[in-house]
Design a protein around this ligand. Structure first.
Ligand code: RUB
Length: 307
């Protein structure tokens, strides 16, 4: 797929999920560099910058894509030839993709330690990191039962149910508004993240913060599963996380409500750190209040590694 096609696929949700869009973005930049012909380094740099801008314009909320673009760009400033530039992009992109895939596995191993067997787990949307925990527990022989929210309007919960049920995990689909009703029977909540701010706030699929509130009320641990590249260096410098709003047509069909009625379709929300029990990352389980440390130490180190 060309970079333009990848960008379009991310925008239209053919490629979705914060980890997946980050990996797809890194691969698209790599392929763009590999496909470049000729010896004009300035032209390659120009196309590379345009490619980055296009990718970053697709979905504004997930910092994972921005971190992926930064990781792929690392160390390219001083290069003097097309070949050198291409080689650095390719190895940066490969390193990012390998690390991010490995991170999902490690999160599965670390996060599943908390599961002893017999738990009823609630999850929201369709997060590879959160499902890695559930899958790992299940494949380790721990008897778990999963409740998956529908996650309107895109209904990513159906992906979750299909994936887990096919693998044999006992799974029940619930509508989003049934969360408070079911919470009395839930032992643990596992969700993913698109972005984690330096103050520990977790930005994830719309409805996540309501689930966190309900879990808090019922004293059910609310656990976030997120690779370190979901943490936002931008928030350290005071930038707010932009919440993507999508087409109203995702919620209602034409003519279903009067033309003078407004429709709002925010697709992510922010859960304050106070409602987050812990965050499972590939470098360990952390408090949400350690987000700043992850950004400045761990993420900073990873980013510098390619220099
Ligand atoms: C997906 C979503 C997921 C996070 C984490 O939203 O909110 O919980 O992206 O997913 P969308 P992962 O479907 O709008 O992209 O753990 O797979 O990165």
């Amino acid at each position: 797929m060309s970079l333009v096609d990848v960008a379009q696929s991310i925008k239209t949700m053919k490629i979705r999920g914060a980890g997946e869009i980050a990996r797809a973005g890194a691969c698209a930049l790599k392929e763009m560099a590999q496909d470049f012909t000729g010896n004009d380094l300035d032209q390659l740099k120009k196309e590379f910058e345009e490619g980055k801008t296009l990718l970053l314009s697709t979905r504004p909320t997930a910092i994972s894509l921005w971190n992926a673009v930064q990781a792929v760009s690392r160390g390219t400033g001083e290069l003097r030839s097309v070949e050198e530039f291409r080689n650095v992009i390719v190895s940066n992109a490969d390193r990012f993709v390998d690390r991010s895939k490995e991170a999902v596995k490690v999160i599965g191993r670390i996060g599943s330690q908390r599961i002893k067997g017999g738990e009823r787990i609630l999850t929201h949307c369709n997060s590879k990191a959160a499902l890695s925990v559930i899958r790992t527990a299940f494949s380790d022989g721990k008897r778990v039962e999963v409740f998956a929210t529908e996650s309107r309007p895109w209904r990513q919960g159906l992906l979750t149910v299909n994936e887990l049920a096919e693998e044999g995990v006992p799974t029940t689909l619930i509508i989003d508004s049934a969360v408070r009703w079911i919470m009395k029977d839930i032992d643990l909540v596992y969700v993913g993240a698109d972005t984690i701010a330096s103050n520990g706030a977790v930005i994830n699929k719309i409805g996540t913060s309501q689930i966190a509130l309900v879990a808090h009320e019922a004293r059910v641990p609310f656990i976030v599963c997120a690779e370190t590249f979901k943490f936002s260096p931008k928030t350290v410098h005071g930038e707010l996380v932009e919440i993507e709003e999508r087409d109203p047509g995702e919620i209602v069909g034409e003519g279903e409500i009067p033309a003078n009625a407004r429709i709002l379709n925010p697709v992510f929300d922010a859960t304050p750190a106070d409602y987050v029990d812990s965050i499972v990352t590939e470098v360990g389980v952390i408090s949400p209040y350690a987000a700043y440390d992850i950004i400045t130490k761990e993420l900073g180190q990873q980013m510098n590694a390619g220099r």
